[in-house]
Design a protein around this ligand. Structure first.
Ligand SMILES: [Fe+2]
Length: 298
């Protein structure tokens, strides 16, 4: 059977590449630290030696809109074009073509349906920065096949917190049932507190630093009970108008299980808190991965 070798959950900041490759004199003050942290985080994936990536993201109104937005969607294509025009223009993100894996996509689709998740399917999905940002940060060679999963974190009504957690659990179950000797890593991105286009967008920190502090601790400690007690769709809106991206972080913790992260790190970047988490299956943390930064982080 396939083996889950690492689960990664992080924020996706579309300006990472631009910020860290600009001429030195034009870089933001945090650029060097940001690059150092991302490269350390990248090592948590590299050390797990994955063969294939299940990637969880969400379409930012690039191809799905208010009139037709799937709650959960899986890509089932031989390859995926990536990067939309506005992402090239505004963020400087290059175009990519990611290899797909149709057999694994088919297996995941059927298995998730059996687990009670009625997925939409796309044979012509185009990937946006929710999946390309983690490619840039943790697998910049873009050399592994991917199975993309898109969730709706934008268009009400959204699936519940519990539903996202349970989807993570189901993804874990199904991928480990895949009759294959492949080493699979699951990588997903979302947000902590985030405001887009609203009055709290350009503050000195994320719109709700208190939520960010708690959310990082919940993820680092695998404390899903605290999340169930404290986080609702309504409460996330109070923390910033795009904080529902936290749902994807919950989903990824669902893939890992209710266990402490093996690696956690954060970085305050003007209007958002960046956060990076990695979990390994029981006791299988690669020796070359730095000691968990969890204690420093929470
Ligand atoms: Fe986003």
């Amino acid at each position: 059977m396939a083996k889950l070798v690492a689960t990664l959950a992080s924020t996706h900041h579309p300006f990472y590449l631009k910020a860290t490759t600009a001429p030195k004199e034009k870089q933001i003050p945090q650029a060097a630290e940001w690059k150092r942290k991302v490269e350390a985080y990248r090592e948590t994936l590299t050390a797990a030696k994955p063969d294939i990536l299940v990637m969880v993201g969400s379409d930012h109104f690039h191809q799905f809109f208010l009139d037709n937005y799937p709650t959960f969607l899986i890509g089932k294509a031989p390859r995926y074009d990536a990067t939309f025009y506005n992402e090239e223009r505004e963020f400087g993100i290059p175009k990519y073509v990611l290899e797909g894996h149709e057999d694994f996509s088919r297996f995941m689709h059927e298995g998730l349906m059996e687990e009670g998740f009625d997925f939409a399917v796309s044979h012509e999905l185009k990937i946006d920065h929710s999946i390309i940002c983690p490619i840039i940060t943790v697998r910049p060679d873009a050399d592994l096949p991917v199975v993309p999963i898109y969730t709706n974190i934008f268009v009400p009504p959204l699936a519940s917190v519990k539903r996202f957690w349970n989807l993570g659990r189901a993804i874990r179950k199904v991928l480990e049932a895949w009759p294959s000797d492949k080493r699979v890593a699951a990588i997903g991105t979302g947000h902590l507190s985030l405001e887009l286009g609203g009055p709290r967008q350009f503050g000195p920190s994320g719109p709700d630093p208190e939520f960010d502090r708690k959310a990082v601790a919940w993820l680092a400690n695998g404390d899903i009970e605290a999340i169930f007690e404290n986080v609702t769709l309504e409460s996330m809106v109070q923390s910033g108008n795009a904080t529902q991206g936290f749902l994807n972080m919950i989903l990824m913790m669902g893939v890992a299980g209710p266990v402490k992260a093996d690696y956690a790190d954060t970085l305050d970047l003007y209007h958002t808190m960046e956060a990076y988490f990695t979990w390994y299956p029981d006791g299988e943390k690669p020796a070359r991965v730095a000691n968990a930064r969890v204690e420093e982080t929470v």
